[in-house]
Design a binder for this molecule. Sequence first.
Ligand SMILES: O=C(O)CCC(=O)C(=O)O
Ligand SMILES: [Fe+2]
Length: 213
Amino acid sequence: MGTLRLPRQPHSLDPTHHTGLRPLLRSDRMGSVGCRHISCSQQNQPRDTCYVASAGLPDLVYSGYSPRAYLWDEFPPLKEILEMVHKALPGNRFNSLLLNRYKGGNDYVGWHSDDEKLYGSAPEIASVSFGCEREFFLKKKPSKISHAVRTDGEPASKRARKNTDSDQRSFMLKHGSMLVMRGYTQRDWIHSVPKRAKVEAVRINLTFRHVLS
Ligand SMILES: O=C(O)CCC(=O)C(=O)O
Ligand SMILES: [Fe+2]
């Protein structure tokens, strides 16, 4: 059984480091980081996204999307935050970043795990949030029970363990917070940021990842 290894409280980063992201935190439909514009709702996702990666890495494909990879040098403010994350989490060499921009409460990310093969079997992912706080949920995947094993005559699929409170977590991700997912979090858990009717302000989330080359 895998373990979920999260800090009890997300780390917090010096919020002055988000100054380069300020234009992105405005609520207009277009935003920019440094001199580069990030367009809205790329590929019909329910939020804006932008993918940044070091040169020469394999392409990212997730949920049917294959985003173009921009280079770190095109986004100096993101490069600075990467350096800060490396200082906070020594031993990691993150080489890619998926930026999510939630323009308001209608923008969301559905249940998923970041278990693409290019991250390896137990990736460490650092998730940094700026702007409006939003709730982040984690839910344990149903445990897999072998179809060959039957103990009471009931089909194995019907005996899949029901989710209990200990199989769910929620974190309010505040401005300047950093939540780290590691160990078998991606293999054994799914996560989401659901819609919130009353939220109007913009949130930026940066997930730093290491792509195996
Ligand atoms: O916005 C967040 O906090 C989560 C984003 C996420 O799960 C992802 O980019 O894979
Ligand atoms: Fe994710």
